[in-house]
Ligand binder design. Sequence first.
Ligand code: SF4
Length: 983
Amino acid sequence: MQPSFPSAHEAPALVPHQGRFSLLTEDGELLSLSAAEVRERLHAMPCPLVVHAPALARKLDLPPTGQPSPWLDLLELFTFVYPARPVAPTPRGLALALGLDEQNIDRAEADLLPNLLSILLGELARQARSGQIELLAAFTVRLGQAGWIWTGTVAETIDLHSRLTNNGRLAEEATQPADALRVWRHLPKWEESAQRPPPASHPISPAEARERLVNILGSDAEVRSGQADFASVSTEAFAPRTMRGDPAIVLAEAGTGTGKTLGYIAPASLWAERNDGAVWLSTYTRHLQRQIEQETKRLYPDPTTHRQKVVLRKGRENYLCLLNMEEAVNSAASRPAGITIALCMLARWALATADGDLFGGDLPGWFGDLFGHGNLAGVADRRGECIHGACAHYQRCFVEHSIRRAHDAALVIANHALVMTQAAYAQAGMSDDDEAGEQGNIPTRYVFDEGHHLADAADSAFSAELSGLETAELRRWLLGAEGRRSRARGLKRRLDDLVVGHPKLENPLDAALLAATALPAPGWSTRLAPEAANTPPPPEPMELNTLFPPEPPADQPIMENPTEAFLRLLRQQAMARAAEGGKQSIHTAMECDLHPLVPDMAEAGQQLARALSRIVEPLRTLSERLQARLEEDADTLDTTTRGRIEAMTRALRRRAISRLDAWITMLAALDQPPEPGSTPAHIHFIRLERRDKQRMNEQDVGLYRHWLDPTIPFAGIMAMPAQGMLMTSATLRDQQGGGTESDEAETAWEAAEARTGANHFPSPALRASLASPFDYARQTRAFIVTDVDNSSLVDLSAAFRTLFQSSGGGGLGLFTAISRLRGVYDRIAPTLEEEGLPIYAQHVDAMDNNTLVDIFRTEEHACLLGTDAMRDGVDVPGNALRLVVFERVPWPRPDILHRERRIHLSGGDPKGFDDRIARLRLRQAFGRLIRRQSDRGVFVLLDRRTPTRLLSAFPNGVAVERCGLAQTARQITAFLAEQAGQN
Ligand code: SF4
């Protein structure tokens, strides 16, 4: 262990405070300093206690802190002490999580931090006394070797020195530091159980659903009539199916505040219990999945029963892969010390987590900010290299465990993307889940919450992309690291013992791997521009592969390959045709239609199609022969090998064969330009853009194929397995205004059916609408500001500042462009922070959306700027959200996809199509304001050109006033003051 680490007991403390910085000096003096003054002092003072060092460094205009951090970040200590407890990463958030009194928190500045330190160290000492000392000591020694700055204080607290031998090591019989990191040895094994028989089909009655709801809410609670009606009508989605391929569908709009989550949990749980089956509850985002999970705790308050009955499922890429963790641990000694610190924290968490979910579960969302996002991605099951039954950790694997737990659950909480891919894979016989193809394990009842997002989810799930990143990823999956230092294993190594000695299997595998060199070689993106075609590959960026950075590239000439040649032509066409409005930059995505093709594209496409066929055909043969081995060697294959063969054939089909088939089909479209006047099933286009996984100066280019109407394939995959579906949302229908009431209502329902895909099933959906119980006319105000030029960043910034000041914070600013969001943030942050209104922003603060929302929810006077994701996913009840400001009308993005859809899906009314989308987005944004009866809020649109026809987006009774900025600000202050007086 390093000899000296600073003691946190005497440390100064530093927090941002009202646009300046509050410093508690080591002498106990509380100072308010500017950023420059803090920077000046930092050199001379001991390292301070802070909260979220990377965010503080950014505010101080200092370089990122990295690991080992130079500051005593209390969040790091919190992670060590409470490894699986998310918390808002601010002094206030930490203080609330540690049980401090609200009033003390409000008054406190930097002097709050020593209190937090005492509480955390008190808990750590308690853990050391209560039987955890072995592991704590082992982790502390390992962290000390890596230079973790908290080592000295933690060692003192757990009295580590009394456990060390004379040579400074832990006694031989004690848990050693290296063992502590090998968490897979300490985790419990799951056990196989008999397969669950298929569920029965007993119906449930509306009266029973209402009664179940009362039981969940408790006899003392007031049952809202809308909620009871919702539970009642939802039972129709659980009626026995009368015709194959014709599920019962209920389309239910339930206004905000209806309580629809418990409203559907009541009939769903009743049906699951009565029929010994599972109901899948699906929502749009991972964060919303956790919200539903919280609600199910009211149904099953006992934690053991809850764990048995409710399982949250996500895609495999979200979970910790123990094999990846093992490989990371084994190589950590030769890697930077920060990686060891991250792995120690992950190991602590792995021993405490409920389900191993790295993203949005019980690992704090800010973990990656502190310990490296690359380290998190490195241990997730992201590369599709799972070796299933051949993995030594298979029976402790978090992914496999969650799949098995779901087999026996009553409620499985999933997301739309997972449900769609699972259903599609099950239909094609290539599911992730060993038993999904078995009759008992195919889900038959679904609840789709956030149903207005079904089309978006289906659009992503059923689109295809032939791009540089996708094709290069397939090459890596097939060929592995190709001589570079990386864990990428390649197909040969993964199949190894299954094929060796079987020429019938080895030969097609070798042929496919030889042909796979036609996919882009490392460094492809630097050769996208024709002039750079023969440039050797540069090193990959550290963040992509922090755990295992590649070796320097070999200095070899790069052979032309058909994929790279095709990508270069795509880029050429995009550069030539894209409408860039004179603003072309590396950060701007460029799109163009596929047809007409630039010269040579057709031929390059044919060559590529032939090259891809040379990969896919032997892979298909390999997959079929592996499958045949299952039958031929049925009497000799052991269970593990059988399981592996099944898993590998599924992986081959999912990861390679189906993708290659899709690409070959897309290339065939090169020869099929769309017929003028016809309605295409698919839209093909080219896009050139910089993607997340790329360096700053690189771009990816791809040919994209989307369904014109993505709800068609959605209906196609759900029609057979689903026996009943409830599709619900607070905003299913558009309210146009004008027209006769019945015409309008019918049109709105038809549009809702088209948006959810309900119109593609044989029988019509049962429609239901439950009004919000909120009195919007009393609880809200809405304004359109008429004297702000929102195309001017200066005016827009001034407007946001004035409005946030008028509400005293608690404002959510919504933007349609990231550049404007950043511009406004830069201009208004200093003033607002000076006035005690902390401001956070998506795409500015290096935190994920859920963390930002957690902070916003915790800091009552904070403001938050965000884009689409904030519009749809923010659930902030109470005073923390009292103002929503939209910079402009959220019209749909005018891209090629939208152009085609408004032509072909608008029923001849493209303008009305745009209006509908904008109105629904406004309704969604408005819905963020009022989450419970006591909430009050104001909605402001900074777009003076807002057409009156869009105003029907707002709930009945909300009068929308058009007035100037100053008057709007005065009215906001008066309204919120009046409401505060009444509450
Ligand atoms: S079974 Fe697969 S996902 Fe699970 S630990 Fe092993 S390799 Fe990772």
